[in-house]
Ligand binder design. Structure first.
Ligand code: SAM
Ligand code: SF4
Length: 434
């Protein structure tokens, strides 16, 4: 029987200490012993303070404040969640997959679909509006379409964007169903426009299949699918840097945004500074051919710096994690396929959400039947009302939210810079979910 706690007292004090022992957070920063959720009465539109407000002010004041659990100590609000749905991949990109391969986790340690949907729903209940599924290669997960259908239903609870990061090899076969499920954006990785070079960089064949996926997205967009397409291209010196200009020229006739990514170090990917081609160098290469390349306005949480060649339909972006960090506006959280919350791509602090949600199931993976028995999806709805007067919050959701909140509060202002990153212990990219 699930135990419930009434949260309608004037001031709610959530104990951090009770959950601290259960986390595997590896940070040395001390945490405060308690966190106080402002009393519902203080935020209620029926509070006397609202009596003389205009309707607009009242609407603003009664809007639910962004979740404290997802706000870090630098006031960054995390409304974007990236979930890795598999460790597997059908390519072996040089910069991502260690040559010797990676040891896959035993299946029982990976999140099941009901667990992923449950966690998605919990994060959406707290204000997450964008979810990106990644991996490994998300399209190789057998039940990726039903999983997206289930996550897509969270639109009614506030989810606005459901995106995928994919290598595009088998996307074209599943795209129509995914769009029906609510897919709004695709970041597709492609590092070369030469089929032979593709085989060198990915250690596999498949260039034509990737192009088929790109064409299918553009075709669907012509009839109104509205899929935001970005091509991710990791630039490695001596490998594909000569293709920077041809990639920019893809945008001459096509509304494609190509984002050049600085090569980043992860365990086993043989990074060295010599192989890294910096943002400034890329800009110089493009400006040599297109001196009129101009900067366009970026959105608040964009990780890329966006440019355009006047007259081109497409745009060019740069992800400059190595030379200019964008930590100040970071709004992202990550869940690895084995269920760990990771607050920074470059941080090695992780905390297991999987272990907490499985506690009530004797530590076993939660399948559809177990999810029904535990009433996972029913009880998570209450977490959305955490700040509402008189809401009942299940112990389980409160415990998970506390653990998420603690990890988020420990997020550092920015990640280590070049010179330190390459010496840090971190999972290979394929196990983090890029
Ligand atoms: N398999 C999917 C794909 O390739 O798009 C999703 C997972 S992949 C790990 C996510 C993104 O991380 C890809 O765009 C990939 O290019 C990028 N990536 C992987 N390793 C990288 C590295 N060492 N430096 C920079 N980007 C990297
Ligand atoms: Fe696979 Fe994506 Fe990594 Fe390439 S970048 S090996 S496609 S996970």
């Amino acid at each position: 029987m699930l135990c419930k706690r009434v949260l309608s007292r004037p001031r709610i004090t959530v104990s951090w200490a009770s959950v601290a022992a259960q986390t595997r957070l590896q940070s040395t920063t001390p945490i405060s012993a308690t966190r106080t959720v402002p009393a519902p009465a203080e935020r209620s539109p029926s509070h006397p303070h609202h009596a003389s407000s205009s309707p607009r002010v009242t609407a603003l004041e009664s809007a639910k404040p962004f979740s404290e659990f997802l706000t870090d100590s630098f006031h960054r609000q995390h409304d974007y969640l990236r979930i890795s749905v598999t460790e597997r991949c059908n390519l072996r990109c040089l910069y991502c997959m260690p040559e010797e391969g990676i040891e896959l986790s035993p299946p029982a340690r990976l999140l099941t679909s009901p667990e992923i949907v449950y966690l998605s729903s919990l994060f959406v209940s707290q204000g997450v509006t964008k979810i990106r599924l990644t991996g490994g290669e998300p399209t190789v997960r057998k039940d990726i379409v039903p999983l997206m259908q289930a996550i897509g239903k969270l639109r009614r609870d506030g989810l606005r964007e459901l995106c995928l990061t994919t290598n595009g090899i088998s996307l074209h076969r599943k795209l129509d169903l995914m769009v029906e499920a609510g897919l709004t954006g695709v970041n597709l990785s492609l590092d070369t426009l030469d089929p032979f070079q593709f085989q060198i960089m990915t250690r596999r064949k498949g260039f034509e299949a990737v192009m088929k996926s790109i064409d299918r997205i553009l075709e669907m967009n012509k009839v109104g699918a509205g899929i935001k397409l970005k091509i991710n291209c990791v630039v490695m010196r001596g490998m594909n840097d000569r293709e920077i200009v041809p990639f920019v020229e893809l945008g001459r006739e096509k509304p494609i945004e190509v984002r050049f990514i600085e090569y980043m170090p992860f365990d086993g990917n043989k990074w060295n500074q010599g192989k890294m081609f910096s943002y400034q160098e890329m800009l110089a290469v493009i400006r040599e051919k297109y001196p009129t390349l101009e900067k366009v306005q970026d959105h608040k949480n964009d990780t890329s710096k966006t440019y355009q060649v006047p007259g081109f339909q497409g745009r060019v972006g740069f992800i400059t994690s190595m030379t200019h960090n964008f930590c100040g506006t970071c709004n992202r959280l990550r869940i690895t396929s084995d269920g760990n919350l990771k607050v920074c791509l470059f941080g090695n602090a992780e905390v297991s959400l999987r272990d907490i949600i499985r506690k009530e199931n004797d530590g076993q993976p939660i399948d559809e039947d177990a999810a029904k028995q535990l009433q996972l999806m029913e009880t998570v709805q209450n977490a959305a009302r955490l700040s509402d007067e008189g809401a009942l919050v299940n112990e389980r959701e409160l415990e998970i939210l506390n653990i998420i909140g603690m990890a988020v509060k420990r997020k550092k202002a920015k990640h280590a810079g070049m010179g330190q990153l390459e010496n840090m212990k971190n999972r290979p990219m394929i196990l983090i979910g890029g």
